[in-house]
Design a protein around this ligand. Structure first.
Ligand SMILES: [Zn+2]
Length: 184
């Protein structure tokens, strides 16, 4: 076999390898369906359509104008801040945690608990209507994504290892929210 033929063969083999990885990833990512008993899971695509009454819908350019880089990365690009990096993780005062994108009231300090994960954690939202849930099968994991119901911003993920009374852990990015201290 000539050198050119061997080179061609090598190229083809590596191409096949890459194709194989892509196919396996796709199958793995789409196989799992998140099941959270008693919780309605909606499609995150509901925020991509026409503006819905009461909903906050903006273009990426408009979001970039009002959000910091970190807030945009989390809320609009489904990013995750490093553990223990967020300011709100250690907040122990009484108050309300609101969406950094639209001001929607998300969580009360009354339901915040120390999860030891490095992210602000709550066992329930202020109202079930204020947050939306969606299946998230990215990064080879089967998770439930938590979104702001008003602006569709990505907040974090929901796990079933939280404390009573719900047994749930709403694991939220600090940079997705701001804190409003209770007025005395
Ligand atoms: Zn919002």
């Amino acid at each position: 076999m000539s050198i050119i033929n061997i080179k061609l063969l090598k190229n083809r083999l590596s191409l096949l390898g890459i194709l194989g990885i892509v196919i396996v990833s796709y199958v793995l990512c789409n196989k799992a369906v998140t099941e959270q008993p008693g919780l309605a899971v909606i499609s995150s695509t509901m925020f991509n359509g026409d503006p819905v009454e009461g909903k906050v819908v903006k273009t990426d350019a408009e979001w970039r104008e009002i959000l910091t880089e970190e807030q945009f990365y989390i809320l609009r690009q489904k990013g995750t801040e490093p553990a223990y990096s967020g300011e709100l993780n250690d907040v122990k005062e009484k108050g309300i945690f609101i969406c950094a994108g639209c001001g929607n009231e998300l969580f009360s300090s009354d339901t915040k608990f120390e999860s030891g994960t490095g992210w602000p954690s709550y066992y329930e939202p202020i109202s079930q209507a204020n947050v939306s849930l969606a299946e998230d099968n990215s990064l080879f994991m089967k998770r439930t994504e938590i979104l702001c119901s008003r602006c569709g911003g990505h907040l974090g993920h929901l796990f079933d290892d939280g404390p009573q009374p719900t047994g749930l852990r709403y694991c939220i990015n600090s940079d997705a929210m701001t804190f409003e201290k209770e007025k005395k």
